[in-house]
Each structure stands twice: as structure tokens, then as C-alpha cells.
Design a protein. Structure first.
Lengths: 593, 364
């Protein structure tokens, strides 16, 4: 019957519209990638003639070799070290033990990605800054130290710490799958053979899920090196801790103290330097996954994982989870809330409490940029949400519903932006904008909301198509075929049959996309001009300009809006756990078919 | 009404090109119920789906009435929604987000079978009454039982009065009792409406009860087309004989050719048998003989004087309610037989086995 299901699918002639839409989106992605490569061989702007290898030679410049690449490496490896130290115990505690409140904790891990990284980084700066850090001050005060003990800014290890805490849920969910799927019989066999509970964990379970863990680490590494916003806030913007991602940014948008001129070609080279290792890591990750399947331990079959009885130690476990959540969410967000209520940042005291006021909130709209910023943000968030839903539906329909031989290619191309940093796409789009302003003056691109929408669309497509693929796979193909036989054309069938059936997934996807587009800052900032400022960019610029109190008020407002939207997601799915797992990285071989 | 000529369809799998259907030909007359019968993977569903237009054949021609809907390797290929056929799917394919009424009304509201709004209710009511579902109009589809969904699927396929009805194993998901009832009911309904139908099944009993004619398919080819009685009584080859009912098949060689009595002699592993031979038969020719278990006569131990009688030992006797199904060893060969329930048989018992001359059928 399996074979038959695969053979009997709708035929080519019925799929023209979705195929056209899919290739429209995917060829855009390919064109942008090709354009990045092309840029690395052009002396200046592509509007000017010439061919040069100088940009590639510049890799050998001392700055890149002695500063940027070592920093990037420290940030990357430091991040996975920090993240693994949290994620390994967390995923074991929450997946394989009888820890109390497990499901609530997993839900909290699941909604972590909606809290913008740059906002958490702002919180951490207020906690551990070398001059104003509240935690710093508090520790110094308690221990009677002369100087402040920590310094998170202008320090690659500080960047690694914040990114590690922020990216922990990523590894958590990557490991949770293999851990839950581990055949309990293997562990039971060890117990029968006389292993204690703990030595079973270290000698049997850990080695078996090692491929999954390894994959998760690689994956987190490539995410870490492509993030711009956190390093920028913590030292890359000031030029003291340059990393590859910030090099791209400031090469095209000079404003930092180091780069005073445009260096488009160099930015392309940096983009390639991030994208190539990322693609390599993705390949490695897929291979590790494939090999782990060969172990035959991690099967699709639903085993009931064996849960270890922690006994009295379980409260220690709860303490660890709470400790992590404090560090990752509670502390940075509370300090932001505190800062937003204070005229000047200071430690809580009776005197400080008397100064509490909502002043930073009253005048918030004006420093953010007034009503246009709200309008811009709503326009972008709603359009991106609709565009992503539309294109992911069309692409997934081609992948799941047709028997075209190109459907696997379509699926892979839709995953491509997942391995390539958003900043690289933003760079290519910005360059296209420059070109358009020269060659096609009637086509507004640079500095418009549209260019940000396209960047967000490309960036969200991989996740969205994963969600749509599994939603469509659940709609039996005979439901569509019977409508065809009943005299309906494809469009009517999609409107009247398929869409209503996948509506829950659609709503879920649309809200998630809206949240993630709302909190995105890197691409929006990179592509910003005077007329397309978004809420996140405005907060960033307030912070950059030194208005910490107002920026904090903006950040708290943003988290509040996200919280409300998140509540809608939870309502629409009846729990975040399943949703969180689809939003965290899942790669092609692990789902669809 | 339906003509299928030289239909071919290949699939590409990991192992390369596999022919699902190669060279299928048949015609279905108006008002006839035509059955495609065969084991899974024999190409029957692919053939049916090609008629509906859900599958694009590689070669061949398909005619619906006076219209050619597929020809010239797909240069003529009428899309599914314009072929005007009704179809009932194996999974019923009742849309779960719609009510019974909305499901049946769908073809009349959207697409090429659209009718004026005022007519929709009457037509849907009429179709639901045909299948006895008129009291379930407002029921959401997920709250229907399997049998009810089946009826709704039938109503939906009939509501736009298609020229041709296609059914893809429509009863295979029902329980045995309901299936037996639905067979009779569907046949009565189709005969009342004088519908031309192509029906796919792997259930031989369903095929025998429901159809006017059966095409037995095997490995992408039609091995015999005929009435249910023809197929059962005069199978043309061992595949058909083995698939329909239970058959005893024996290799045999012709040892004596009839003069004018039409009674020849064949020698088989269980002994010589007297049977009718065609005029073309020649001594020494190798043939397969076939006889059905229910035609075999089993008697108590004393050997009678009649023709074609052998002694045997009962190896197995299973009581199935209306009769015993037995395996009897005759000269070391196992023969399937049926014994009336009034007669007592037990394993180990010595019996006489008679294979009546008229029950023996020759296969090439």
C-alpha cells in the first residue's frame, strides 16, 4: 500500500500555478546567492566595469587574520561550550527523568526564541557592564571589592556567554528528539547486566545519542557565527571585537569607527566566508543524522522512553532548570523593566524606588519615530506573514502533492536560506537596491519596506515550508482527487478543500512568522533608510544613541506585544511544545518523508 | 460507452522502469457493471485512475461515449474535471470540514457541474434519498460511520448524474456483514439508474455478486474477460482459475483421443481421468486440468464402480458452517474438496473420491 500511495499522485498538468509560484520564489533565492558571488569580483559597484581579485586577496590582510577570524572562532566555540553546558543537562532532565513541572519547563524552552536576542543582550549589558552593570555593582558591593568583577563588553568571551545562553534551547530541542527516541531496551539491557543507573547514562545512553548531540553543536556553531546583533551590541559596533558578521555589516553601512568607506566586494567575501562553512556544517550535520539512523536506535517508532527516578535529587534538578531560566529570561528582562522605570540606571534601593515612574513610556512614541514607525512595522509584519504563508503553501504543495521529479530539488532549495546567514541575503538585496536606483530609477527598492519584506520572506521560508510540508502530508490525496473528479479546478480545490483543512497550521504559521518578523533587527537595520524604520530598528538606534531608559521601555513594550501574540499561538495549538519543535531547526531528512 | 485501447503506463521506481499496465483493452456497454479484478499491484487501480484522468497513461486511447478523452500519448488529454465521471474512492474521501449536505452539494456549487442555486437542494435531497441518507443532511462528516460515509460518497458521485461511475475498492474498509449488504444494494441502485460502471476490487466474491462482466487482471495484463459464470466455470488459464474461487490444478497429458463420443482419457499424477476433450486434442499433448472443490464427490470407504474414482485419506477437515472444507490425499497429491455438513468426515479416514467427468475443465 505504501508504494501505491507514492505512485498515485496528481499529474503534472494540474500543478502549473504552484510550480510557477515555487520557482518564482526559489529562483529569487538562487539569483541573490549568485549575485553575492559575482559582487566579490567587481571592483566597486556592479554598475561600474571591471574585474578584480583584490577582495579575495584581502582575506590575507592582517586585520582579518589576527582579529576577525580569531574573534569569530572564540565566539563560535565559546557559544557552543556555554550552550552545551546548559543544554545537555537540561535535555536529559526534561526528557528522561521524572522531574516535576517538566511540561511547563519544556513549553518555556519552546517559546524562548520569540524573545529577541538583541533585547536579551541589552539586558545583559545592564547586568554586567564594566561601569553600570547592576549585577557587577551588586557583587562588588556584597564582597566589598574595589573594582567591578565582570566585564561583558568588548570581550569575545562575553559575546560567547550571552549567545550561549540565548542559543541553548536550539541544542536542547535538537538533542531532545534522539533522547526521546532511544530504545529503552538498550538501557534495560545495561541494567540487567549490572550497570548502575548512573553508569548506564554515561556508558550507554550518552554514546548512543552522541551523533545527535554532535549535530546540534555543529548546527549551533554555524548559527552563532552568523548572528550580528549580539556581537554588535557587545563590542563589534565599537570596533573592538570585530567578527565576520559585523564586518559584512559595516563594510556596506559604514558608521562604525573602523570602516570609513564602502567595501561592497569585501562584504561579499565575508558573506561567502560565513556561508561556505555553514553549508559544510549543514552537510556534516545531515551526514551525522544519516549515520545515526544506521545505528537503528533512533527510529520513528514511538517508544516510551525510560524515565529515571531522581528521588530527592529532583529538587536539585528543578533548581538547575530555574537557574537557567533566570539567566536566560528573568534576569535580563527584569533589569530592562527596572531600567525602563528609572530615570538613570541604579541598583534597587529605597531611594531608587521613590524615583520609579512611567515617564519613559509616556513619551515613547516620539523618540521611536512616531506613528510612521508603527505603520511601517504593522505593514511589514502583516505582509511578511501573508507572503510567507502563501509561498510556503505553494512550495509545500509542489513537494508533497506532485510527482514532479524536481520536487526534491524544490524542497532542498527552500531549505537553503537556512544555512546562509540572513545578513548575506540582506547584503545581496541592498546591492540590488543600489543597482536598481541606477538602472531602473522607476523601481523603488533601496530604503523601502518592500526590500525588508523580501529579506524576511527569504529568511522565514525554510521553517515555514517544514511546517507546511507536514500539514499537507496529513491531508489524504484522495480528498483533493475527489474534488477534481467532482468538476473543480485546482484553484477552487485549494480554496475550498485544502486551505480549510490546513487552516490550524496556517494560523499557527502566520502568527509565528509575524512574531519572528516583528522581533528581527539585523536585516531590518541593514536595509533601513529614512523611510522604512521599524520598531526593532528604532529601539536599536535609541540604545545606540545612549537613551538606555527609553530603549528599555521600547524593549519591554516589544516583549509585551510578543507575549500577547505568543498567547494566541498557544491558544491556536493548545500548547507550545509541538510548535516549538517545529520552529527550532529541523532538517529535511528528519521530517517530511 | 467506455473504450480502453492498448493502455500502457510505466512507473519509475528505485529499481528503474516498471510496467504497471501493459496493453489493456476492453469495452464497457451502456448500463453495464464492469469489474476489474486482480491481486494488489496488478494494474487495476492504475487503469481505473487513467479513465478518471487522475493518471496520465504513456500510450493507448480512452473513449467515454463518443468523446476521446485520451489519445496520442497525451496530446489529447481531457483534464479530470471535464471528464464528467463520478468516482467513489477507497478512503471515501469525504471532506471532513463539511457537512453531509455540503459534501454532496459541492459538485453542484463549484466547477463544471454547477446548477442554478434553486436546484441544488432538490438534487442533493434526491441523491441522499437514493442512498438512504436523507436524515443526515446536517451531520458533520467526521461523525459518520464507515458505512454512512460510503453512502455519502456514492451520493456525491451520483448527484451530478455522470455518464460513467468509477469505483475504487469502495467496500474494502467495511466490515464483512455490511460489505455483503452493500454489494447487493449498490448493484440494485446501479441497475435502477442504468449506470455504466467500472468497479475495481481484489475481492472475488464481490466481483461475482456485483458485476455483469469481469476482467481478471494479473501483472498489468487482462487474462480473461467474461461473465461471472464464465470466469468461474470456464477459466481460460491457470491464473484466472487460481484467483477466482479455489481450484485443483493438475498437470496432465492426453493419453487417448475420443472417436465420436467426446470422451477422452488424460493421465495425471493421481491416475487416469475420463473427460471431454476438444476436437483439436492430440495424444501426448500436455495440458492442465482444473476442477472445483465443490464438484468433487466424497463417499465412505467402499469404492464405487463409477468413473474417475480414487481412494484417498482425509488429511484435514475444517468445519466452516455450511460445509466441511477438506484436504484429501490421493496418491500422494493433495486435493481440495468440499463435503456437505450432513456427512461426517474426520482426519485419517479412508474415503472414495470421485471427480465427475463434467466437472473437469481443460486449460491450455
Amino acid at each position: 500500500m505504501q508504494v501505491r500511495d507514492k505512485q498515485h499522485r496528481p499529474t503534472l498538468s494540474t500543478a502549473a500555478l504552484p510550480v510557477a509560484c515555487s520557482w518564482f520564489a526559489l529562483s529569487g533565492i538562487i539569483a541573490l546567492l549568485a549575485f553575492i558571488l559575482y559582487m566579490t569580483f567587481v571592483p566597486s559597484l556592479p554598475t561600474e566595469p571591471g574585474f578584480t581579485l583584490n577582495h579575495w586577496k584581502s582575506i590575507l590582510s592582517s586585520r582579518l587574520l589576527t582579529q576577525v577570524i580569531p574573534n569569530t572562532a572564540i565566539v563560535g566555540f565559546g557559544t557552543i561550550l556555554v550552550a552545551a553546558l546548559f543544554a545537555l543537562p537540561l535535555s536529559w532532565l526534561l526528557n528522561r527523568t521524572d522531574l516535576p513541572f517538566r511540561n511547563s519547563f519544556i513549553t518555556m524552552m519552546g517559546i524562548m526564541p520569540v524573545i529577541p536576542g538583541f533585547i536579551l543582550a541589552m539586558g545583559w549589558i545592564m547586568l554586567l557592564d564594566e561601569r553600570i552593570g547592576l549585577l557587577n555593582l551588586a557583587v562588588a558591593h556584597l564582597l566589598g571589592l574595589e573594582s567591578l568583577p565582570f566585564n561583558i563588553k568588548n570581550n569575545p568571551f562575553g559575546i560567547a556567554w550571552v549567545m550561549g545562553v540565548v542559543l541553548t534551547p536550539g541544542i536542547f530541542f535538537l538533542i531532545a528528539g534522539p533522547l526521546r527516541a532511544l530504545d529503552p531496551a538498550l538501557e534495560e539491557a545495561a541494567s540487567v547486566a549490572g550497570f548502575s543507573q548512573w553508569s548506564t547514562v554515561f556508558r550507554i545512553s550518552l554514546p548512543l545519542v552522541w551523533p545527535g548531540i554532535f549535530g546540534g553543536l555543529i548546527y549551533t556553531f554555524m548559527t552563532a557565527v552568523s548572528i550580528f546583533e549580539i556581537p554588535a551590541l557587545l563590542g563589534a559596533a565599537s570596533g573592538k571585537v570585530p567578527v565576520l558578521a559585523s564586518e559584512i555589516f559595516y563594510a556596506v553601512r559604514p558608521g562604525g569607527p573602523t570602516a570609513a568607506t564602502f567595501a561592497y566586494g569585501a562584504a561579499g567575501v565575508y558573506g561567502v566566508l560565513i556561508a561556505v562553512p555553514s553549508l559544510g556544517a549543514l552537510y556534516l550535520y545531515l551526514r551525522t543524522l544519516a549515520r545515526s539512523e544506521r545505528y537503528q536506535v533512533i527510529k520513528g517508532k514511538a517508544y516510551r522512553p525510560r524515565e529515571m527516578n531522581l528521588g530527592a535529587l529532583k529538587w536539585l534538578g528543578v533548581a538547575f532548570v530555574v537557574f537557567y531560566l533566570m539567566l536566560a529570561v528573568v534576569l535580563p528582562l527584569s533589569v530592562l523593566l527596572w531600567a525602563s522605570l528609572m530615570p538613570v540606571l541604579q541598583l534597587p534601593s529605597l531611594e531608587a524606588f521613590s524615583k520609579l515612574s512611567l515617564r519613559n513610556y509616556y513619551g515613547l512614541l516620539a523618540p521611536l519615530g512616531g506613528f510612521p514607525v508603527i505603520r511601517n512595522t504593522v505593514t511589514v509584519v502583516v505582509s511578511v506573514s501573508l507572503l510567507v504563508s502563501f509561498f510556503s503553501f505553494m512550495i509545500s504543495w509542489v513537494v508533497v502533492r506532485t510527482q514532479l521529479r524536481s520536487r526534491k530539488l524544490v524542497d532542498m532549495l527552500a531549505m537553503l536560506p537556512h544555512a546562509i546567514p540572513g545578513l548575506a541575503f540582506a547584503f545581496a538585496l541592498a546591492m540590488l537596491g543600489v543597482l536598481a536606483s541606477v538602472w531602473l530609477p522607476w523601481l523603488p527598492l533601496s530604503g523601502t519596506l518592500g526590500i525588508i519584506m523580501v529579506a524576511h520572506l527569504i529568511n522565514r521560508l525554510p521553517f515555514a515550508t517544514r511546517i507546511m510540508n507536514s500539514a499537507l502530508a496529513q491531508v489524504h490525496w484522495e480528498l483533493e482527487e475527489s474534488a477534481q473528479v467532482c468538476g473543480s479546478k485546482n484553484l477552487t480545490i485549494m480554496r475550498k478543500i485544502v486551505l480549510p483543512l490546513v487552516k490550524p497550521s496556517f494560523i499557527y504559521l502566520a502568527i509565528w512568522t509575524a512574531i519572528l518578523s516583528f522581533q528581527e533587527v539585523t536585516m531590518a537595520l541593514f536595509l533601513s533608510g529614512p523611510h522604512n524604520q521599524l520598531f526593532s530598528v528604532a529601539i536599536w538606534e535609541l540604545w545606540d544613541g545612549g537613551s538606555l531608559g527609553v530603549a528599555s521601555a521600547g524593549a519591554v513594550t516589544m516583549v509585551g506585544v510578543i507575549g500577547t501574540l505568543m498567547f494566541m499561538v498557544l491558544r491556536s495549538t493548545g500548547g507550545a511544545v509541538s510548535g516549538a519543535q517545529t520552529v527550532w531547526p529541523r532538517l529535511p531528512s528528519s521530517d517530511t518523508r | 460507452m467506455i473504450q480502453v485501447k492498448h493502455l500502457r503506463k510505466d512507473y519509475f521506481t528505485e529499481r528503474g522502469r516498471v510496467a504497471a499496465v501493459h496493453g489493456v483493452d476492453f469495452e464497457v456497454a451502456e448500463g453495464e457493471i464492469f469489474m476489474l479484478l486482480g491481486p494488489s499491484g496488478c494494474g487495476k487501480t492504475t487503469t481505473l485512475r487513467s479513465i478518471a484522468g487522475l493518471e496520465t497513461p504513456d500510450a493507448g486511447e480512452i473513449w467515454l461515449g463518443e468523446q476521446v478523452v485520451f489519445a496520442d500519448h497525451g496530446k489529447t488529454n481531457v483534464p479530470v474535471y471535464q471528464r464528467g465521471v463520478g468516482m467513489v474512492f477507497q478512503s471515501y474521501a469525504i471532506w471532513p470540514h463539511l457537512t453531509v449536505f455540503e459534501n454532496v452539494a459541492y459538485p453542484l456549487v463549484y466547477g463544471v457541474f454547477k446548477v442554478p442555486k434553486s436546484e441544488v437542494r432538490d438534487r442533493v435531497d434526491k441523491a441522499l434519498r437514493l442512498v438512504g441518507m436523507e436524515h443526515f443532511e446536517d451531520r458533520p462528516a467526521p461523525l459518520l460511520s464507515g458505512g454512512q460515509q460510503q453512502r455519502v460518497a456514492l451520493a456525491r458521485a451520483l448527484v451530478y448524474e455522470p455518464k460513467v461511475l468509477l469505483l475504487d475498492e469502495p467496500l474494502s474498509n467495511l466490515d464483512a456483514k455490511l460489505r455483503a449488504e452493500m454489494r447487493v444494494e449498490i448493484r440494485a441502485l446501479m441497475k435502477r439508474l442504468n449506470i455504466t460502471a467500472v468497479y475495481v476490487t481484489h475481492d472475488q466474491e464481490e466481483a461475482l455478486v456485483l458485476s455483469d462482466r469481469i476482467a481478471v487482471m494479473h501483472a498489468g495484463e487482462i487474462r480473461q474477460i467474461g461473465s461471472p459464470r464464465d470466469i468461474y466455470v470456464r477459466p481460460e488459464n491457470d491464473v484466472v482459475a487460481g484467483f477466482i474461487g479455489t481450484a485443483n490444478l493438475l498437470r496432465a497429458s492426453i493419453s487417448a483421443v475420443p472417436g465420436n463420443t467426446q470422451e477422452g482419457l488424460v493421465s495425471t499424477p493421481i491416475g487416469d481421468l475420463v473427460c471431454s476433450l476438444p476436437p483439436s486434442a492430440a495424444v501426448g499433448q500436455l495440458v492442465t486440468i482444473m476442477f472445483r472443490p465443490e464438484d468433487v464427490l466424497v463417499r465412505g470407504s467402499q469404492l464405487s464402480q463409477s468413473q474417475n474414482t480414487f481412494s484417498g485419506i482425509v488429511e484435514q477437515a475444517v468445519f466452516v458452517g455450511s460445509r466441511f472444507q477438506c484436504v484429501i490425499s490421493v496418491n500422494g497429491l493433495k486435493i481440495d474438496c468440499e463435503v456437505p455438513k450432513s456427512q461426517v468426515v474426520e482426519p485419517g479416514q479412508n474415503v472414495a473420491v470421485e471427480i465427475p467427468r463434467r466437472a473437469i475443465h481443460l486449460l491450455p
